[in-house]
Design a protein around this ligand. Structure first.
Ligand code: GLC
Length: 755
């Protein structure tokens, strides 16, 4: 018997038993009566005209129904609004006009909109309003604005992700909005990409765990609850891997990599009950996200069992004609997208989609069953959200808006999301009696700790940021007293200022705190062509280092800018990425010892511009002279205390297929202060039928330990986690020797071929 049938036999058996595509979607909400909803949807659908159905598939941005000029710019234009909802039967709106609104203003806006929809239309179908929420209710004034997803991933704390979901849902619903365009389930494998900070980093398992924990918090077990929302998995799929690193440029992803790296987090989101998916706004293997029948229907529907609805991203259906040039007309673009599996078009400014789709149906180019299918999916979500019962804002929720407990959670998240990667001779924490010089372009602002999607799309209007939140400089002054702090900007993001005075001022300080990094950006405006930190900032750092005073380097950035030139000279380094609105206070707490850092990097931090690799490298990448030599590896992070791992043990040295493996390890805090530690478990198999990562993250837990306390941490490794995407591009498990690694400890076990 040749090996081929043998493998096929094993694969056939195991594909069935462990194929994640057939895992039943966790029941989203035990308390949602799906049967009754289906019957209500069916009954409503039967009354709808073609025009009313196509209207439900149409989403406009709020700008399309607002005054866009003159003194009333930004205000709802009732004539335009009624045109949209009454004449064109539009079923969904999105976005903010230009910047955050108060909860009261949102209440007025949503109430006006729902009044038109539920009182002035024939069938009184409520509007489904959608809003972005990458790090909280970003367009609600004074909302709790969390660390960005890359930072939340740095916490390796799924409890925090769940709490963020709960708080975000409550604060968005307080505005009367029931649908958020989050979590981003894209796996961040391209450090140049301007949207890396919107992802949970480079690992599929970490992204899955953080994203599903967020969904659990945001949706609870009933998205119709007054303080819960519908989430949206985006951007399905492969958007996060642009070959040249620029946003919305081609990605080339072989099927095996798509299944191994990019689909699992979306499958996890589907299993967690997310009721909507947003399309990849770019292209994979020459096929735009909105025109990919294979991914949108065959994979997402037939294999991943997604039951909700798919919405395009901003203007992307028209882009099939104008940008991707795969459709020879706008009409064909609509046909292509709808027949590929897009249920709702984020048009978002006009009625082209509406008019063209009606024409396509009348011309017999789009069948009625497809319209009914899309509208059924959309109406089902509206019923599940309880919008037919009550589409209006719940004033009760305002009492819990940005509550002290939410702010406390946010500060914890910010502290846990900052990663200490260097602390020579335990320079940190600094004494509260220290005299410090603070310098650098990200020291005196809140925007550079929040990034894009903050108050405005680009997040760059500093004057709109809350006055009661502290930027790093203010937080350091509050911590040790203004008299102990000297501030010199030193440089802007890319040009030198008063560096010459640094040396003079440094004479009278104990340490220099350098806050470097990036300006804020979102999407394509954030494109760069060199990951190296701008020269002016490197020069400022070299000047500070040359003073001989200890330099503490703090990086606020949406992606890992290359700083190799100044790492050696910096005595301590904190990677802050984008820690959110409480990032300043969190930083000061860490710098002066009121918080013990516990972050771990969710991405590989590159040392060189052309060495952009990942922690899950294959064996050949570390043999034959190839060196995996990042600045800091995925999962790296230091603490002010010391954690020691011991006695890693496995439930068995030999297991048969289908069996779980239990691994446990003792963790001791051998230092003098309490601390939190994220224990990461990696798994690798010695040989596989395809080249494979030496190790992959398969479990993590975060624990708190008092000084000299020891805890046993237990992990369950399932057969699915021992599987991989094999030669035939199907999930496969191959008997062999596996290695479990936790910290510097490792143990092996054998997976036999027998039952
Ligand atoms: C943008 C983004 C998407 C966002 C949407 C609505 O283009 O790609 O992430 O949710 O438009 O703002």
């Amino acid at each position: 018997m040749t090996t081929k049938p043998y493998i096929r036999l094993i694969t056939a058996f195991l594909v069935f038993s462990i194929n994640p595509f057939v895992l039943p979607a966790k029941s989203r909400a035990e308390s949602i009566d799906h049967r009754s909803i289906n019957s209500k949807v069916g009954s409503l659908l039967s009354k709808m005209t073609l025009e009313e159905k196509v209207g439900q598939m149409t989403q406009l941005t709020i700008q399309a129904v607002s005054d866009t000029s003159g003194p009333d710019a930004g205000k709802l234009d009732l004539r335009k609004l009624k045109d949209a909802i009454v004449r064109y039967h539009v079923g969904s709106l999105l976005n903010v006009y230009d910047s955050s609104l108060s909860v009261g203003a949102w209440d007025t806006l949503i109430t006006t909109i729902q009044n038109v929809a539920t009182k002035e239309t024939r069938l009184k179908i409520p509007i489904l309003y959608g809003i972005d929420a990458t790090h909280g209710a970003i367009y609600a004034k004074d909302a709790t604005l969390f660390p960005q997803p890359l930072n939340m991933a740095s916490t390796f704390n799924t409890d925090l992700a769940k709490k963020e979901g709960e708080i975000t849902a409550l604060e968005v619903r307080a505005c009367g909005i029931p649908w958020i365009f989050f979590p981003v389930m894209d796996v961040g494998r391209q450090p140049l990409w301007s949207r890396l900070y919107e992802t949970y980093g480079e690992d599929p398992y970490l992204a899955s765990q953080m994203g599903t924990s967020f969904i659990e918090g945001a949706q609870g077990n009933n998205i119709g609850a007054p303080d819960k929302v519908a989430t949206c998995l985006k951007h399905y799929v492969g958007y996060s891997f642009p070959l040249d690193g620029e946003d919305r440029t081609p990605a080339w992803i072989p099927r095996r990599m798509m299944k191994q790296i990019f689909l699992p987090s979306f499958q996890a989101g589907v299993n967690a009950g997310a009721p909507t998916v947003m399309c990849n706004s770019s292209e994979v293997n020459g096929i735009p996200g909105d025109a990919n029948y294979y991914l949108l229907t065959h994979v997402l529907r037939n294999r991943m069992k997604f039951r909700g609805f798919v919405v395009s991203d901003w203007g992307d259906i028209e882009n099939l004609y104008t940008r991707f040039k795969v459709a020879s007309s706008q009409e064909d673009a609509v046909r292509m997208a709808v027949m590929s599996g897009v249920d709702m078009s984020m048009v978002p400014m006009d009625y082209s989609f509406y008019n063209l789709l009606i024409k396509l149906v009348k011309d017999g180019k789009v069948p009625m069953w497809r319209i009914n299918q899309a509208v059924t999916r959309i109406l089902r979500v509206k019923f599940e959200l309880g919008l037919f019962k009550d589409a209006y804002p719940d004033a009760e929720l305002r009492k819990q808006f940005a509550s002290p407990s939410s702010n406390k959670t946010n500060l914890e998240a910010a502290e846990e999301s900052i990663t200490l990667v260097k602390n020579e001779a335990n320079l940190l924490p600094l004494s509260k009696n220290a005299k410090v010089l603070v310098s650098g372009p990200t020291a005196d602002r809140l925007s550079t700790m929040n990034g894009g999607w903050t108050i405005t799309w680009q997040g760059n209007v500093e004057s709109l940021y809350p006055k009661d939140k502290m930027n790093p400089l203010q937080a350091i002054e509050a911590k040790i007293g203004k008299r102990n702090v000297t501030y010199l900007p030193g440089c802007t993001y890319d040009s030198l200022l008063d560096v010459d005075t640094i040396a003079h001022v440094a004479k009278n300080v104990d340490a220099i705190i350098l806050c470097l990094g990036e300006r804020t950006y979102a999407e394509t405006p954030g494109n760069i062509n060199d990951l190296t930190l701008p020269t002016a900032q490197l020069k400022l750092a070299e000047t500070a280092i040359a003073t001989g005073k200890p330099v503490v380097l703090v990086m606020f950035e949406g992606r890992p800018r290359i700083i190799d030139k100044i790492v050696r000279g910096s005595r301590a380094i904190l990677i802050g990425f984008l820690p959110g609105m409480d990032g300043g206070e969190a930083l000061a707490n860490i710098l002066f010892g009121d918080a013990n850092p516990s972050g771990r990097l969710p991405v590989t931090y590159p040392r060189y511009v052309n060495a952009l690799y990942h922690y899950d490298y294959t064996n050949q990448e570390v043999t034959g002279g190839d060196v995996y030599d990042p600045q800091w590896t995925f999962g790296y992070g230091l603490s002010y205390t010391k954690f020691e791992y011991s006695d890693l043990r496995l439930s068995s040295q030999e297991i048969s297929k289908g069996e779980n493996l239990i691994a446990s390890v003792n963790v001791t805090n051998s230092g003098k202060i309490p601390g939190q530690d994220a224990i990461l478990l990696y798994l690798g198999e010695e040989y596989r039928q395809v080249t494979h990562p030496v190790k992959q993250l398969e479990a993590f837990q975060k624990i708190v330990l008092q000084p000299r306390q020891t805890k046993e941490v237990r992990f369950v490794i399932t057969p699915e986690q021992m599987s991989f995407i094999g030669l035939n591009n199907r999930r496969t498990i191959q008997p062999g020797t596996f290695k479990v690694t936790v910290g510097s400890l490792s143990r092996k076990f054998v997976l036999t071929g027998s039952n």
